[in-house]
Write a protein that binds this ligand. Sequence first.
Ligand code: FNR
Length: 183
Amino acid sequence: TSYDIAYIVGSNSRESINRKLAGALVKLAPPSLSFREVEIENLPLYNRDFEGARPERVDAFTAKVRSADGLMIVMPEHNRSLPAVLKNAIDWGSKPADQNVWRDKPTFITGTSPGAIGTAVGQQHLRQILGAVSGIVLGGECYLQFKPELIDADGNVTVESTRKFLAGHLARFADLVPKLASR
Ligand code: FNR
């Protein structure tokens, strides 16, 4: 059985180092998980005045998240928190409350930034928010200091210990998803 994992890159930068990391993670994951990106950068800013007649791209976004067996969120840290573009996507997905797409979704959160504790603090905020919307976040902490040589031109992580570290989290995620997937 293959489980469908939707992944979200929490950055709207074309050069996103977190998109690079996401690509490398996909290569390190167990074969029981298959990944597809769900984009968030073109969502309008949340406005409850749109409820009842949501923009089409918002409905397309929520449908892509809803159908997934699990989620992977790969994000940078903005001022020790999650980027606004990601918070915006979470807000859209959380409403209306009876259609909240985050509820009970097994979710692996990770990310990278050039700073030494890159994204550790931002991930704490993200964890808190996903708790508020009833998501189920994989335990443990998976954050990485980004250096340009960390990921090579083929999109592979160059450091053996880092590959093992990331693969370890992904293996635990692959164990969690079947326990929660609704089939
Ligand atoms: C940052 N950056 C940053 N880095 C960090 O480690 N902790 C932080 O709190 C912040 N804060 C922050 C705020 C804002 C507004 C910006 C634009 C940037 C630096 C950030 O990690 C760096 O730009 C990364 O390259 C962002 O990741 P992406 O967008 O390349 O994936």
